[in-house]
Design a protein around this ligand. Structure first.
Ligand code: AMP
Length: 284
């Protein structure tokens, strides 16, 4: 595996792949890689001639500077894991390599067609502007045929699909296919996340209750309304000492508008476990 840190080198490598008519797969990540990331990477390596994984803690998507500073970083272990999975290129640029000073200081403008007005977008103003900024830039640089995103970040996946399939930018991405990959969970049900590294052993045990309640809510959904299930999930998670729900919303899986029924619906939750903000979701 080759590690690339400059755009110029990346462009040159991609150009060679294109000249050889090799298919390109891309997995964008912020590093501190775990088995959830590995599940995306495996699919990428299997389906494409050449696979790229970006490892970049994107400063423009952090509305909370403390979160950016505390975000776990482990570039050497990341490189080892990616090499063992058969990745061809790891792209690990610095913020200065990715952005001009002006880009760093301003908010990337984008029409989200309302997809950013709810849940993560509402709670983290500007977050998805930064996500679209970095992902669109990676797409311009790598020109992938397929790009892989986890359903764990459900709203992010919806917004990336919107960007590639319906937004004003869509014609610039060619035939790029966005592949959504299922949430990878530990045996205890906890959705794997880089942020889990910040949880103590006890907090991890507490956090398991998030998925436990979500799984239970599928049974509740058979006999209750959407609003009732929203209330039950919120109450059940909040009743666990150490957990505090920021929001739990059952939304349409494409429009992210409040769901009226459980058809094509997904329940998205954000929970504080101590100081660590965790997200998870479940399809009904
Ligand atoms: P991140 O490094 O957190 O930005 O994640 C990079 C990609 O991996 C995103 O598309 C995430 O949705 C995906 N991802 C992170 N954790 C998981 C997981 N537990 N299962 C599946 N995909 C995941």
């Amino acid at each position: 595996m080759q590690i690339i840190s400059t755009k110029q080198e990346l462009l040159s490598v991609v150009e060679t792949c294109k000249q050889r008519h090799q298919s390109i797969g891309l997995v964008p990540t912020m590093g501190a890689l775990h088995k959830g990331h590995a599940s995306l990477v495996r699919r990428c390596v299997r389906a494409n001639d050449i696979s790229f994984v970006s490892v970049f803690v994107n400063p423009t998507q952090f509305n909370n500077k403390e979160d950016l500073v505390k975000y776990p970083r482990n570039p050497q272990a990341d490189a080892q894991l990616l090499a063992s999975l058969g990745v061809d290129y790891m792209f690990a640029p610095t913020p200065e390599e990715m952005y001009s000073a002006q880009e760093m200081a301003s908010t990337f403008a984008f029409d989200f067609a309302g997809l950013d007005r709810v849940m993560e977008g509402k709670m983290r103003p500007g977050h998805f502007n930064g996500v679209v900024q970095v992902v669109s830039r990676l797409f311009y640089l790598v020109r992938p045929d397929r790009a892989y995103f986890g359903e764990k970040d459900f709203q992010q996946l919806c917004i990336i699909r919107h960007m590639v399939e319906r937004s004003s930018l869509k014609d610039t991405f060619g035939n790029l296919q966005i592949i959504g990959c299922p949430i990878y969970r530990g045996k205890d049900g906890l959705a794997l996340s880089s942020r889990n590294a910040r949880l103590s052993k006890e907090e991890k045990e507490t956090a398991v209750n998030i998925s436990r309640v979500l799984f239970m809510s599928k049974a509740w959904a058979k006999a209750h309304s959407v609003k009732e299930v929203e209330k039950m999930v919120t109450k059940a998670i909040n009743s666990v000492p150490g957990l505090e729900v920021e929001y739990y919303q059952i939304v349409d899986a494409t429009t992210l508008r409040p769901a009226k029924t459980f058809r094509h619906a997904v329940g998205c939750v954000t929970v504080y476990c101590g100081p660590v903000r965790l997200i998870d979701n479940i399809k009904y």
